[in-house]
Ligand binder design. Structure first.
Ligand code: ATP
Ligand code: MG
Length: 367
């Protein structure tokens, strides 16, 4: 549905700075919920604006449903209003002096592609029905909750029946509880409409909860592309491992490239199913999610067993649904998750196992 190929962009007046986009490529399948994820300034909004036609890349190509909408070589740049897109920005840009109906009708009445006057009413009603706001059509916009305003912005983006929906951090100004709820609603809504969506966020939990596929960006590049599960469980770099959620990053040296691989660390020797592409001797991180660590019964034998370690609780945080505990293991430390029903005060001894399949080895570059 959408193909972005090697787009580069350097802003005028920012010639000395690194490029905002440094060869961004990805493909979004029809009907997919696709997310651009990454830290502030990595180029998410710039990418979205290039897709929308609000910014022009310096080079590269963008194709939508078989139509080339931008190509630097062939000097093609289809204007934004002819790309047939819906957009919702972080600030919903809802007009406070208008009702819900008037806000959604705005692009049909005043936009570049005006609708025939007899068509406006039915089309607005259809868009409001899609976001379940038809009952509030006559309400003034300021009398809406944050979540309702968000749906008005969405209805307005959908009123032209776009082939692609672009969403730039649309949930970031909602409070935490509403944001959780809108995540689910927004995903269900666009999936039920079958509309291909490109979503931007810097929040990895949001990206995982909502997306079919995620492009993780850093400094103007896509550094990893995959399902939320792939990114979380199989990070390809220290940056990806760290960005996708809390994790143990255990620094060490690859003593056996394998598979199976073995890493000498301050905790002791850790075995992993593999360290693809890395030579023995490389400085690495063993990436072990706290969720991956198994806590064994107190009487489990430890000594001599591969990937079984004895530790002592040095700190813990009771979070209700789970207890995060830091263990001193060998010369290092390891964060694990415990059941809230398990008593494990500071000083308690625990035996834990790191399954080799869940220990991912990445090069020890800067995170
Ligand atoms: N109009 C502009 N002129 C000059 N530089 C810009 C302009 N817009 C963005 N940039 C720069 O381009 C880079 C990418 O910016 P972009 O807005 O795409 O980041 P982002 O990933 O959306 O970040 P955030 O999460 O903070 O919204 C940044 O270094 C930013 O400072
Ligand atoms: Mg942005």
């Amino acid at each position: 549905m959408l193909t972005v190929e090697s787009i580069r962009k350097r802003f005028a007046g920012a010639e000395d700075a690194p490029a905002a986009l440094d060869g961004v490529s990805f493909h979004v399948a029809p009907g997919d919920f696709f997310t651009l994820l990454g830290p502030s300034g990595c180029g998410k909004t710039t990418t979205l604006q290039c897709i929308a036609g609000l910014e022009a890349p310096d080079s590269g190509r963008i194709t939508m449903g078989g139509d080339v909408v931008f190509c630097s070589e062939r000097r093609i740049a289809v204007p934004a209003n002819r790309r047939n897109l819906g957009m919702v920005f972080q600030s919903y840009a809802i007009w406070p002096h208008m009702t819900v109906h008037e806000n959604v009708a705005f692009p049909l009445v005043h936009g570049m592609r005006k609708a025939a006057s007899g068509e406006v009413g039915p089309r607005v009603r259809r868009a409001l029905e899609r976001v379940k706001l038809d009952a509030l059509a006559d309400r003034p916009a300021p009398l809406l909750s944050g979540g309702q305003q968000q749906r008005v912005a969405l209805a307005r983006a959908l009123v032209h029946e776009p082939r692609l929906l672009l969403l730039d951090e649309p949930l970031s100004n909602l409070d935490a509880k509403l944001r959780d709820q809108m995540r689910v609603e927004l995903r269900q809504l666009v999936k039920s409409l079958g509309i291909t969506t490109v979503f931007v966020t810097h929040d990895q939990t949001e990206a995982m909860a909502m997306s079919d596929r995620v492009a993780l960006m850093r400094q103007g590049r896509v550094v990893q592309l995959g399902s939320p599960r792939d990114l979380f469980l199989k990070p390809a770099s220290a940056f990806a491992a760290d960005f996708m959620g809390r994790t143990n990053m255990i620094r060490g040296r690859l003593v056996q490239a394998g598979p199976p691989a073995a890493i000498a660390t301050p905790l002791g020797l850790i075995g992993s199913d593999g360290a693809p592409g890395l030579p023995a001797g490389a400085e690495v991180f063993a990436v072990v999610r706290p969720q991956a660590v198994t806590v064994l019964p107190d009487d489990a034998p430890a000594d001599g067993l591969a990937n079984v370690f004895r530790g002592r609780v040095i700190a813990q945080v009771f979070l209700g649904d789970v207890v995060e505990a830091d263990l001193a293991v060998g010369e290092g430390s390891l964060r694990v998750l415990l059941s809230p029903y398990r008593e494990a005060p500071v000083g308690a001894a625990l035996t834990v196992e790191i399954p080799p399949a869940h220990c991912v080895v990445v090069p020890a570059e800067e995170r």
